[in-house]
Design a protein around this ligand. Structure first.
Ligand code: HEM
Length: 406
């Protein structure tokens, strides 16, 4: 029997079915078509994400997935990615992460809130009289990209190139590429362009600091002992991690909300806190569908012996529906207390931008609820999911309808 790929399974099944398909095989099992271990247990996932037996340096795995690629074509790409915090272990990871903390303080994020609210209002108001809005292009892509550009104080006229390079990097990094030589040449050029761009920006911000993210990194550079190249990699890290994830999660959340009977009405009646509701929606349909690690030394997960070099994939669909942690795991309970989903990861690599993403998604949801009381899926424009790769899933398009304003 030919074995179906896990990506095909993810593309053909709804989140609850996909989680069940994996859970039926056990807490941990060997997935032969992908040649990796698969984790469905919430406890095992936490163990792996906090253990020194596993590394975040996944370059060997990436390279094994590119058998036809001439690796000399992607040297700039690897140079940038290999220094990112998400690919590093302590002690490099600690410095690369901590240097960014000042960029995500409550105050810094609060300063961004008026801009986020205004941009959302502008986007939604454009649709008020139309009676429908296509969420992906008109809201979900625009909000995170505007926020990231503001984060770095990128001037308006430089933004299109900046978006194009970062989107190229994100798609390639996230596994949404066929890894042909021409793809390699393109992503390498984007990595080189971004590196060049940020190197120039470092020079400018050193001469004249602003209150942007890069200036914050430079202020702390000496204290954390990072080279300029590491600063550039953390800056690019924010683009790779912060754009597509937020776009996708916003759409996944809205789709769950629209397809769960009574959920939207409950939010409109203010019977659930928006942040609790968002957590529940994130749990049920995560945008980051798998996190993965490589085993550093022979070890055990539960009773299962694991060899050095083995790759471990953690299914967020499955661990977020582990019945030992979540009662009624397949129900959407917008008031679920103490929601311990792993959609933003866990442990030392827990998503640094989670607070920012939550702010963006909360205001989007609040804006939609406020303006469009009878929001619904458009019956004649079926939503289309987009599975970029095994690790990331969102929507290609998502049309919502409402009564137009006169
Ligand atoms: C809803 C949107 C988002 C989701 C679902 C998400 C999810 C995740 C997940 C699962 C991880 C852990 C990866 C791992 O352990 O291998 C992660 C890490 C990370 N995320 Fe996010 N993320 C989102 C938005 C953002 C935003 C907006 C930013 C920044 C602007 C960001 C920056 C980061 C960074 C820097 C890391 C690496 C942390 C480290 O390695 O220490 N993320 N994210």
């Amino acid at each position: 029997m030919t074995q179906v790929s896990l990506l095909t399974m993810k593309c053909t099944l709804e989140p609850a079915q996909f989680a069940q398909f994996m859970q039926d095989k056990g807490d941990i099992f060997w997935w032969e078509p992908g040649k990796f271990w698969l984790i469905t247990s919430h406890d095992y996932a936490k163990q792996i994400l906090t253990s020194d037996d596993f590394t975040c340096d996944r370059s060997s795995f990436f390279i094994s997935r590119m058998p036809n690629m001439d690796l000399s074509l992607i040297q700039d790409f690897f140079a940038v990615v290999s220094k990112m915090m998400v690919m590093s272990d302590a002690p490099q990871h600690t410095a690369r992460r901590r240097i960014c903390y000042d960029g995500f303080t409550t105050q810094t994020l609060q300063n961004l809130e008026p801009l986020i609210k205004a941009k959302i209002a502008k986007q939604l108001d454009q649709s008020l009289t139309k009676g429908q809005i296509e969420i992906v292009e008109n809201l979900a892509k625009i909000i995170p990209s505007t926020v990231l550009a503001e984060f770095f104080h990128i001037p308006e006229q430089e933004r299109p190139a900046f978006y194009e390079w970062s989107n190229n990097m994100t798609q390639f990094f996230g596994g949404a590429s066929q890894y042909r030589n021409e793809d390699g040449i393109e992503v390498n050029q984007s990595a080189a362009n971004l590196k060049h761009y940020f190197t120039g920006l470092i020079k400018k911000r050193r001469e004249q600091p602003e209150d942007d993210f890069l200036s914050i990194l430079l202020k702390n550079q000496q204290h954390f002992g990072l080279a300029d190249e590491e600063i550039v990699s953390q800056a690019i890290m924010m683009l790779v991690a912060g754009q597509v994830t937020t776009t996708d999660q916003l759409c996944n959340n809205l789709y769950t909300l629209m397809t769960t009977p009574g959920a939207l009405e409950m939010l409109q009646r203010k019977e659930a806190d928006l942040d609790d509701a968002l957590d529940e929606l994130n749990r049920l349909d995560p945008a980051v569908t798998f996190t993965f690690r490589v085993t550093k030394q022979d070890t055990f997960i539960g009773e299962q012996a694991i060899k050095a070099g083995d790759v471990i994939f953690i299914s967020n669909h499955a661990v977020n529906r582990d019945p030992r942690v979540f009662s009624e795991p397949n129900q959407c309970i917008l008031t679920r207390p103490n929601n311990r989903h792993l959609s933003y990861g866990f442990g030392g690599h827990y998503c640094l931008g989670a607070k920012l993403a939550r702010i963006e998604m909360r205001y989007c949801l609040a804006g939609l609820l406020e303006r469009f009381p009878d929001l619904h899926l458009m019956p004649d424009a079926a939503p289309k999911r987009k599975h970029h790769s095994l690790a990331f899933s969102g929507f290609e398009h998502l049309h919502l309808g409402f009564t137009p304003a006169l």
